[in-house]
Ligand binder design. Sequence first.
Ligand SMILES: *[C@@H]1O[C@H](CO)[C@@H](O)[C@H](O)[C@H]1NC(C)=O
Ligand SMILES: *[C@@H]1O[C@H](CO)[C@@H](O)[C@H](O)[C@H]1NC(C)=O
Length: 381
Amino acid sequence: MKTEDNKDVILTTPLSLEGLLDNNFKPPNLLQLIFGLFRNIRPGTDLTRFQLPPSFNMAKSHLQCYGEMVYCVNKDMLSNCAKGKTSIDRMISVVAWIISTVRMFPFGVAPYNSVLGETHHASRGTLNVLLEQVSHHPPVSALHAIDEINNIELVWCEHIVPKFFGAYVEGVVHGKRKLNLLDKGESYVFNAPTLLIKFIPKTGTRWAGNVNVKCKETGLEAQLSFKTGSVLGFGGDNGSLNGRIFNSSSSKIFYEIYGQWDRMVYIKDTKDGMIKVLYNPKEVISNLPTPIIRDPKGLWQSESAIVWAEVNKSILSQDWNKAKNAKKAVEEKERELLRQRKSNKEEWIPKFFYLSYSPETGWECSPKQKTIPPAPIIFSI
Ligand SMILES: *[C@@H]1O[C@H](CO)[C@@H](O)[C@H](O)[C@H]1NC(C)=O
Ligand SMILES: *[C@@H]1O[C@H](CO)[C@@H](O)[C@H](O)[C@H]1NC(C)=O
């Protein structure tokens, strides 16, 4: 696909249940290369400023990966959240939808660090999604999504802190995620699990830790625990999770949740012991097709697919020299803009979000606009 100024714009398959379907290049001596990368890094080091060579990149940016969790799904679980008759029904749908945002993260490749002001704008059906990289050091990404038909709004803020621990890298995902059911006046606030990327004794990636979901308005709460077994061995716990839905104030448990996010997740009613399928990943995130560019002229210059166009093209053709230079050019342009702002004493402000930070709450993002236009990039359904 070509843009107005004749740039090749390429979108690649989203992360799905099967990992990455195309663009899945892995150097034959991957582990050796990884140990080479980390040779001079001490355990406990924050890897935020660490730059990967392009042969370790998948052909998309962090912002795209982040947005795809929301708009790349074969089955719409999000609109269900607004359809439940009771507050408990709605909490159940919210929990199922949250599990559906979890993706298999491929080992050995990472997305590019999005540049400051980079945007990603995509739609699925009536859901319009707009993301912006609102800070570069530290990297903070903001997401706003609106489904006007179902009166659902998402406001997410994300700040990942990757740390190196010798045998593994841990990526703690800070930041609040909010799902607002606008005509119910309910807001569900939750966090994200932690990503573990393990090198020895076996390589692999896992999600770990607890996700807490709170709805202040209904007094309902849910907790999901992603199990890893022991950190080093990962144990036999493969994709396992368990959890419960309960009353915040009385702690009374209404439902128990168990299963594997990448196989099947069940929910059990504690009242009568009835068990149902809560989430079937095969229906929702298996073999996800590549989003398409419906309107190339509608792409902004800040769009991820445009910013990284040259790098994407060289990675997909496995021209590593060209990829290295193209990536350097993106980073150099960003440094140049920073130098210009410094010399003009200009402060950079996000275009679509208000951004704030406090030691208690961390980074918070809130959208400047109440609506999001339909996007030039669509996930077709
Ligand atoms: C769990 O194991 C199965 C096969 O044993 C594998 O296909 C799947 O990718 C594993 N899941 C995770 C999350 O590692
Ligand atoms: C939660 O428990 C409190 C205190 O027992 C009770 O007043 C409230 O109605 C309960 N809420 C729900 C949704 O069951």
